[in-house]
Design a protein around this ligand. Structure first.
Ligand code: AMP
Ligand code: MG
Length: 521
């Protein structure tokens, strides 16, 4: 396996002078060199050949001993020096100080086909940033990260990707239900791939220590490598940086809302500086349309990171980023303008996205109201978001209200919809929507096709990942590949896979792993 190594982070940014792999505070540095822990008995479960080919790794190479060794952390690729990044973060609204790559180890960066990638192992042992934890990851959370990052990519959402899922052969102790019953689980390692793994928190930690020198180095590095559109060499380039990060973040969140993805832990250390979805932990997919839903049990009291708040939280996080890079600019007004413009930009982008979900092309006066009314009607009884929007494309202006209603009937979880009042409210909305469709100029076949391009038929429902996890714990990995193949074409009709276009089964309603997860997931 020959890779075109091209490291930039460790070459251009300051390293921690201490080489000992002991948990500690790391000052005046962006990272610490650290070697992955050698796994006991690594076994490849799943390699993604499309990601491998982006990196110049052939399918044959991805099945080789060399691949297994390098991406399990057993062997360090020649002339590379793995490292963990130093970052801080605001967790659930509070400054948490130094966090850093506690269970991630960056291997190297490479160039291939004029593209640049950084590769990182998740779950390959302790680093100086592991604090009180072990630096390891369990198979269940690794399967969730591996499948979801690829599913998001094929949905068209900006995300880190996953090259491989490898069993480490080591046991990891976890108290999965937080009920005082820790148990051994299988350990696993995912190799993540992204242009960059820098987070808002990388800037925050330097700012919190008044390390303006390195803060500037990191900001310049970020602009140089990931924001080539920023041309200015003056201080205003940092204002432009905030503006560009805000734009990318906004786009990412709008896509989350479009597909019904709830990140679950939008702490500033989980916000990518290049606008990638990063750190798939206790994330979840909205099944019944409930904007207050969060999959994260750690957040169940305040629901800070609920579905309907993700836009606001992104802005909150951007304020923290702005505060962090402020010392480089000292122009509060310029920053405020960017941040104050965000809500309006977000609302506009949200409305355009929702109009597309509804198949509406030319904006009309009452469209905003129509969308708002839909959002409240969707909450009258449990209604499955993916099924609802997918089947909405089958509406026709030639159908009666009852006939159109039948198109979406399978999206309701309970039979209550036939209770008079709720049905009446649906009829009112359907009538308004169909009248609105009559103002469209595109024909119905085109409308349906364009709706189906953005309303996914297949998403990684929480119970689907759970089924793959249960099989994998028994040593059967077929479902991982089956789901991966399914989720590669989320917008296409796949008649042979119709069973996955179904509401969450009843058994999954309260089962651990199927709806609620904790941060340790
Ligand atoms: P997360 O909630 O996964 O984004 O993690 C927050 C912080 O805790 C990051 O600094 C992680 O590196 C660290 N962390 C999470 N899990 C572990 C673990 N098992 N071992 C060491 N550090 C961890
Ligand atoms: Mg994290």
């Amino acid at each position: 396996m020959k890779l075109n190594i091209h490291d930039t982070f460790t070459k251009e940014l300051p390293a921690d002078a201490v080489l000992e792999n002991a948990r500690r505070q790391v000052f005046e540095a962006c990272f610490s060199f650290v070697k992955p822990t050698i796994p006991k008995n690594p076994v490849l479960i799943h390699a993604i050949k499309e990601v491998a080919s982006l990196l110049g790794i052939s399918e044959k190479d991805s099945q080789s001993e060399d691949f297994l060794n390098v991406f399990s952390g057993k062997k360090i690729y020649e002339n590379t020096k793995p490292f963990a990044m130093c970052y801080g973060g605001h967790q659930f609204g509070n400054w948490a100080g130094q966090l850093g790559d506690g269970r991630a180890i960056n291997l190297f960066e490479l160039n291939y086909n004029n593209q640049h990638f950084a590769l990182q192992l998740k779950g390959s042992g302790a680093t100086p940033y592991s604090r009180t934890a072990d630096g390891l990851a369990v198979l269940r959370s690794s399967i969730r990260e591996h499948l979801c990052s690829e599913a998001m990519f094929y949905l068209g959402v900006s995300t880190t990707r996953s090259l491989s899922l490898i069993l480490s052969g080591d046991d990891v102790v976890r108290d999965m239900l937080y009920d005082g019953h820790p148990a051994y689980e299988k350990g696993a390692i995912v190799c993540r791939v992204s242009e960059s793994f820098i987070r808002f928190g990388n800037f925050e930690i330097l700012a919190s220590r008044q390390d303006t020198k390195n803060l500037k180095l990191l900001a310049d590095y970020t602009i140089r490598h990931f924001y080539s559109e920023i041309k200015s060499t003056e201080k205003e380039r940092y204002v432009e940086l905030l503006k560009c990060v805000a734009e990318r973040t906004l786009k990412m969140i709008i896509d989350w809302q479009r597909v019904g993805f709830v990140h679950g832990v939008m702490n500033t250390d989980n916000m990518s500086i290049i606008g990638n979805t990063i750190d798939y932990g206790p994330y979840g997919w909205l099944e019944n349309y409930d904007p207050t839903w969060t999959p994260n049990t750690t957040d169940s009291q305040h629901k800070r990171y609920q579905f309907g708040q993700q836009g606001n939280i992104a802005l909150w996080n951007l304020y923290k980023l702005a505060n962090a890079i402020y010392p480089l600019v000292e122009d509060a007004k310029a920053f405020e303008e960017i941040l104050q413009a965000f809500p309006k930009q977000y609302n506009e982008a949200y409305q355009i996205m929702m109009m597309q979900k509804l198949g509406l092309e030319n904006e009309q006066e009452n469209d905003f109201q129509l969308i708002e009314e839909l959002e409240s009607t969707l909450q009258l009884v449990e209604t499955d978001m993916p099924i609802f929007f997918r089947n909405l494309a089958n509406f026709s202006t030639n159908f009666s209200v009852d006939e159109n209603f039948k198109c979406i009937q399978s999206a309701f979880y309970l039979d209550d919809y036939l209770n008079g009042n709720i049905y009446t409210q649906w009829k009112i909305w359907i009538e308004k929507y169909v009248n609105r469709l009559r103002l469209e100029t595109q024909n119905e076949a085109n409308k349906k096709a364009s709706m189906n391009e953005i309303n996914p038929k297949y998403v990684l429902r929480n119970y689907m990942a759970q089924l793959a996890i249960e099989d994998a714990n028994e040593g059967n990995y077929n479902l991982i590949d089956e789901l991966y193949e399914l989720l590669k074409k989320p917008y296409e009709e796949q008649p042979e896979n119709e069973k996955w276009f179904a509401k969450r089964p009843d058994w999954a309603r309260h089962k651990a792993g199927c709806s609620m997860l904790s941060c340790s997931s």
